[in-house]
Structure formats: C-alpha cells, structure tokens
Design a protein around this ligand. Structure first.
Ligand SMILES: [Zn+2]
Ligand SMILES: [Zn+2]
Length: 259
C-alpha cells in the first residue's frame, strides 16, 4: 500500500524518519556495456508499480532496456503506462522495450492495458513495448536473469537471480527446488510484510528463517507494511539482515549465473 498508508495516522505512517516513507517495491539495475561506439549504459527494471514514475524521476532514468515482471498484482504493474516516454527513446533507436512476463501476468497486462497491446488498438502514442515470454534464463545485453519460482498464496510467481543477487518479493513460501537457485548469494532481497501472519505474504519471522537457510552475505527485507518501523525493526534483526529502504543502492557483480 505504500507508507504512509492512506488514511492512517499510526506511529510509522507519521514518523519523521525518511526511511519510513516507502514507495511500492521495485528494483533498478544499471550497468555499463562496452559497445563499439564506446560505453553504453544499460538499464533493467523489475516491476513497474504505481510509483514507477516517481522512482524513475528520483533516479534520473533516461532509458530502459528491459522490464521483468514478478506477477500481475496492481502494486507491481500499474506504472506500465509511464514507460511510454522512455519507450519512445528506444523506438527512435529502432526498437521497443521488451517486457518479460509469465503467461498469467501477460494475460492481465493485455487486459488492463488493452489500448497498448490489442492488435485492434489504434491509439497512436501507445508505449513501444513488446511482451515476451519469461524463460528460465533470459539474457539482456550480456547479463543473465534466472527465474526463481516462489509462491504468493496460491499463485506461482517469479523471483529473479542476477549474478550473486536474488530478488524475491510477495513470497509466502519458497519451493524446495528454488533453494538450489539461491546458493552463493552476496545479497538476498526478500519480502517481509509485518509480524502478523498474512495469507499471501511472509512475516518477518518467516523471512528471517529463509534468510538463515539461504545464507546470503547480506539480506534485505522489502515490501514492508506500516506495522514495521525502520529503526525499531532493524534493532531486533539478526546481524547481516536489515530492512531495505527507498533509494538503497548496492554495488553488485553481474554477468552469467553459474549454477
Ligand atoms: Zn502481490
Ligand atoms: Zn505486492
């Protein structure tokens, strides 16, 4: 829902700590690719939620080379239309922005954004984007993205691994087979909604237990509801684990995933 949560006056929603102001979760990956004409910045986004525009402005986004979608819920997709101006840049270079999505996510995107995806759409300024199937491994300009299946209630959704980093949001359980894809991580980003159990999201306690088993050097919790104050929650977390926050930036090594 984002924090402050609309209509709420709780301690966290009215906190003066900037870490307690949370836009909807998303990841931005940037790297430099050596190209014939010098170095080219490459940009991948995971999920375009309702705050995508604000997040793009805060991070000075001028291009997007690809988007990966975890699943089709509103807080992860509703910013898709704000890809339009960025897609025009890519269109002038002769392409479109690939959107990697499962068939379930694709069906929802095609329905909600029918003016973009319908073959009958006549709207001339629609986003220059192209839905692509989400494979087990997808390479974007030399960087490999591994799909890591996780459960979100009854939905099987996508987490992602790139280099020695994994991003798993909206998780309620992790299938046994997916743990094998999470070995040797420098950074694990995993969702932890609150302390009280929720049918489709992990509690902090569940997420901490996964984090211990996965054993990444650093674990960051995301998709945090207003029950969790930043300072207070961090004080109680084990070493090597902390709440993520808007604008958190981590240097990571990308490339292929050797598993
Ligand atoms: Zn969700
Ligand atoms: Zn969500």
């Amino acid at each position: 829902m984002g924090v402050p949560t609309l209509g709420c006056t709780c301690e966290v929603c009215t906190s003066a700590d900037p870490h307690d102001r949370r836009l909807r979760p998303s990841v931005l990956l940037r790297w430099n690719e050596a190209a014939l004409a010098g170095v080219r910045e490459r940009v991948v986004v995971i999920d375009t939620g309702p705050d995508f525009r604000e997040q793009a402005l805060r991070n000075g986004l001028t291009r997007v080379d690809a988007v990966f979608y975890t699943h089709s819920h509103a807080d992860h997709i509703l910013g898709l239309d704000d890809l339009r101006p960025l897609s025009f840049t890519v269109f002038r270079e002769g392409g479109s922005i690939p959107l990697y999505a499962s068939s379930e996510t694709r069906a929802v995107l095609e329905h909600i954004f029918d003016y973009t995806f319908s073959p009958d759409a006549t709207y001339p300024n629609r986003a220059k984007v192209e839905l692509k199937p989400l494979a087990e491994r997808t390479a974007v300009h030399g960087v490999e993205f591994l799909r890591v299946p996780v459960m979100h209630g009854h939905m099987k959704i996508a987490g992602f691994r790139f280099g020695r980093v994994a991003y798993l949001t909206d998780v309620s359980s992790i299938p046994e087979a997916s743990f094998a894809l999470l070995e040797g991580l420098d950074h694990l980003v995993v969702s932890a909604l609150r302390h009280k159990p929720h049918p489709t999201h992990a509690t902090v306690e569940q997420a901490v237990a996964w984090a211990r088993r996965i054993g990444a050097r650093h674990t960051w919790f995301t998709h945090i509801a207003h029950e969790l104050g930043h300072e207070q929650t961090n004080r109680a977390l084990p070493a090597g684990m902390a709440l993520a926050y808007d604008g958190l930036t981590l240097p990571v090594e990308l490339g292929s995933v050797n598993l």
